[in-house]
Each structure stands twice: as structure tokens, then as C-alpha cells.
Design a protein around this ligand. Structure first.
Ligand SMILES: *Cc1c(COP(=O)(O)O)cnc(C)c1O
Length: 458
């Protein structure tokens, strides 16, 4: 085993070799060095397990491929999964106006923190805050980096060293790293669990409220639902109870739906109703149903928002200028009745017939007589930890292939990169999340991935 490992060249020897020097020239020496080290680590582990040591050329080729993928950066992808808010693919795609605003903010100087009238120092979030209060009827608003940060800041400011009451049915985890108990812990507040997983009553909250209570927190259990023998306290009643005990009532709604209706998922809470029901502060994401960039919005009572803005964490979780610029543009679209310019809203509201036409167009563009590709109905989902129960009727193209996971991998690694849904004997390309201008590229990518693939004959 020692011998096999000694056959492996060193990073330096590989970098000094002629092909190594050539590769370093185009990929950059530091990046190639890093990927060579990783590939060699892997090769060492493999040979220790009895594998054949790879040749120097092999090692270099693998490292160069890894370096090349890293160097080309974040790769645009076509989302044919039918998951509208796909966290892995970046949640909400921005409307053109917001993308332009972000690019402008990135490229040039701007009045980010200057009041143009007086020349005095201003705040970067002032414009977005004005739009948020105008849209929701809240007294005041604040914007930070994301919703997790919004909640962390809120709890650290209002409930540090005190108890935060949360229903046991709302102690959720979203996307692996965001867990309500952990956020509460990190804020310095103490979690007090109320009720049971499936049933929590107003009397449970009443029994837990005391002199040590810092806040009552209601969390929308975005990505799961408790069904069956359940009971939850209406927001209004919880708001009234918190008010009577003079503790802040916080509502983390997550998805950022501003108002109900207009073809939006019916089971998602909206900001305006949460405020009307008595929430003192409402927190939500910018890149879910609001349809904007990553951001954490906080709206509610002015006196509380003022405290939040003065807390040191506010500076640590502030938004950057590209985020604010994009958010302002998105909120302006909401404020001027141009919600249909938001890709997320368009995808949610598009009629099933209209999606069907695009699925047929995709099939035709792929070559309508392909035996193994058929237009089929399917179901899209909201995604991004919203409305797990809401399936949206949709149409797509089902491609039968002998090895669906391998085919999906070829699609992901292709150019353009395509993400699809993997089924038992096929992959599904859901047309709802594919823009009309992506159809040609998608068809080409699928045909390319099909080349050399033995298609299913049945
Ligand atoms: C998604 C979500 C969050 C986290 O939002 P980020 O903007 O991703 O930090 C927090 N709370 C709820 C209820 C959510 O749905």
C-alpha cells in the first residue's frame, strides 16, 4: 500500500510538468494547485483502499476540469423542475427592472446613504421602507439581509435574556440550517415551548405568560402541515392576549405574500392580515412570494422598529446595495399594479392551458416525432418552504430513458445546464418554470443529452 501511494506524484511536480504549466496559465496557478491537492487526496484514499493509482495525466485532467468549472463561476440554469421557488436554483428570478437596478447599483456610485436634497448622511433602506409601509399599512419597516437575520435581530433586540413563547407545533426547520429553537438560542432569548405538536390552545399561552416573558412568537410552519386532530390559536386571539400582557407579538410569516387573493397560494399568511390581526412585528423573506432578491423585511410598530435599527446586530446583517436596489424595483412593481412583471407571480398565475401550449411547443422543437418524448400533465409546486400541500396543475414533456438519474446528471452538466424532475423510468420537464425564450435552448440541451443514450423502447 505504501508503494502504491509512493507512485502518486506531488502537487509541485504536477505543477512543474509541461501540461501543468499550460493548465496553470489558463486556469490560474492558485486554483489549479487547490484542485490538484483535492484530487490527490482522493487518489490517495482510493489507492489505500486497494485501487490502481491514477496516472499523472489523469490527475491533471481531473483537477483541470474541476478548476475550469469553478472558474466559470455560478452557471445559469434552466429550471424544468416545476418548483417555482427552488432554493437550490436561487429562489425567485428577478424581474428585468430589478436586475437592471441591481446591475446599475453595482457598476456606479449612487445616493445609497446620502440625502440628495440636503447632502446629509442618509440610510440605505429608507426608500424600501417607505414602499413597504405604503404597501402594507405598517407604521414602520426595516430591511436586513434575509428573513433568518430579521428574526435573529428582532429576538436579540426585544427578548434577550427573556422567554420567548412558541407553540410546539411551530418549532420548525427550514432548509437544514434554519431552526427556530437555534435562532432563539443564538439571539440570547430563552425558548419556552407552549402546547403540544398538534394542539396548542390560548390557555397554554396564558399559562406560560409571566414576568420573564420577552415576546410571543408565532411562526408559519411553511414547509409542513400538521393535519388530523389539531388546534392552533387564531392570530387575533394571540395578538389580544400579548397586548393585554404588554409583550410584543411577533409573527414570522416567511413567504412575503403582501395580500391574499390574485391567484396566490391560499394557505399562505399575508403581511396585511397579520398586521390587522394584531402582530406588532411581521418578518418575511424578499425572495419567496414577494418575488424579489434575498432580503429580510420587518414591518410593524415604529417604536419597536426604532429599537431594532439601533441594535449592533442590525449593522452586521445589513443589506448590500445591489439587494436594496433590486428590492426597491420589486416593491415599486407591487405598488404600481405590475405584479405580472414578477416572474414568480407570472409562473404561479399562468393558466394550465397556457403552460400546455408551451409544453407542446417544447415537444415540437425537440422534433415532434420523438417516440420517447410525450407531452404529459404534471404538477408544479410553489417550493421555497411555502404551501407544501398546494399542487399546481401543469404540463410538461416526459422523456423515457433507461437510466433517469444518469440522464438528469447529463442535463445538469450540459450547456445550458438543465434541472428536471427524475421519475422512475423517465424524466419530466415541467413547462411552467421554463420561460418562452428558453424553449429552444432547452430542446437543444435535451436532444444533446439524448445522443448516445439508448432510449426506452416501451
Ligand atoms: C423561509 C423562511 C425563513 C427563512 O428565510 P430566509 O430569507 O431564507 O432567511 C424564516 N421563517 C419562515 C417562516 C420561512 O418560511
Amino acid at each position: 500500500m505504501q508503494d502504491a501511494r509512493r507512485h502518486l506524484p506531488s502537487v509541485d511536480a504536477l505543477l512543474r510538468s509541461a501540461p501543468g504549466v499550460r493548465a496553470a496559465k489558463s486556469l490560474g496557478r492558485p486554483l489549479l494547485k487547490a484542485t490538484l491537492a483535492a484530487v490527490l487526496d482522493q487518489a490517495r484514499a482510493d489507492t489505500e483502499r486497494g485501487g490502481e493509482p491514477p496516472s499523472a495525466d489523469d490527475i491533471l485532467a481531473r483537477a483541470a476540469a474541476d478548476a475550469s468549472r469553478t472558474k466559470s463561476g455560478l452557471t445559469p440554469a434552466i429550471n424544468a423542475t416545476g418548483v417555482i421557488l427552488h432554493t437550490g436554483l436561487g429562489r425567485a428570478p428577478l424581474p428585468e427592472a430589478a436586475a437592471r437596478a441591481a446591475a446599475r447599483a453595482a457598476r456606479s456610485y449612487g445616493d445609497l446613504e446620502v440625502n440628495r436634497t440636503t447632502g446629509a448622511r442618509g440610510k440605505r433602506t429608507t426608500r424600501a421602507e417607505l414602499l413597504l409601509t405604503a404597501l402594507t399599512g405598517a407604521e414602520a419597516a426595516f430591511v436586513v439581509n434575509n428573513c433568518a437575520a430579521a428574526l435573529l435581530l428582532t429576538l436579540a433586540t426585544l427578548a434577550k435574556g427573556k422567554e420567548v413563547l412558541v407553540s410546539r407545533g411551530e418549532l420548525i426547520e427550514i432548509g437544514g440550517e434554519f431552526r427556530i429553537p437555534d435562532i432563539i438560542g443564538a439571539s440570547g432569548a430563552k425558548l419556552t415551548e407552549v402546547g403540544t405538536t398538534n394542539r396548542t390552545r390560548l390557555s397554554d399561552y396564558r399559562g406560560a405568560l409571566g414576568s420573564k416573558t420577552g415576546a410571543v412568537l408565532k411562526v408559519h410552519p411553511s414547509n409542513y402541515r400538521v393535519v388530523g386532530f389539531t388546534a392552533a390559536v387564531p392570530t387575533k386571539d394571540l395578538g389580544a392576549l400579548a397586548r393585554k400582557h404588554e409583550v410584543p407579538f411577533l409573527f414570522d410569516i416567511g413567504s412575503g405574500l403582501l395580500h391574499t387573493g390574485h391567484g396566490m397560494p391560499p394557505d399562505e399568511p399575508d403581511v396585511s392580515t397579520a398586521l390587522a390581526d394584531g402582530a406588532d412585528l411581521v418578518t418575511f423573506s424578499g425572495d419567496k412570494l414577494l418575488g424579489g432578491p434575498q432580503a429580510g423585511c420587518i414591518v410593524g410598530r415604529a417604536e419597536l422598529i426604532e429599537k431594532l435599527k439601533r441594535h449592533p446586530i442590525a449593522r452586521a446583517v445589513r443589506v448590500d446595495k445591489m439587494q436594496v436596489a433590486a428590492l426597491e424595483a420589486v416593491l415599486t412593481l407591487h405598488a404600481t399594479g405590475h405584479e405580472d412583471d414578477l416572474p414568480v407571480h407570472r409562473m404561479l398565475r399562468e393558466t394550465v392551458d397556457s403552460v400546455g401550449k408551451r409544453a407542446h411547443l417544447l415537444a415540437e422543437t425537440m422534433g415532434g416525432d420523438l417516440e420517447h418524448a410525450h407531452v404529459h400533465h404534471c404538477e408544479s409546486v410553489v417550493g421555497g418552504g411555502a404551501s407544501p400541500d398546494t399542487a399546481i396543475a401543469s404540463w410538461g414533456v416526459r422523456v423515457s430513458v433507461p437510466d433517469p438519474p444518469a440522464f438528469a446528471s447529463r442535463l445538469r452538466m450540459g450547456s445550458p445546464s438543465v434541472f428536471c424532475r427524475v421519475e422512475e423510468r423517465s424524466v419530466m420537464l415541467d413547462a411552467r418554470t421554463v420561460a418562452p425564450e428558453e424553449i429552444r435552448d432547452l430542446a437543444r440541451a435535451v436532444l444533446y443529452a439524448l445522443e448516445g443514450d439508448d432510449v426506452n423502447e416501451d
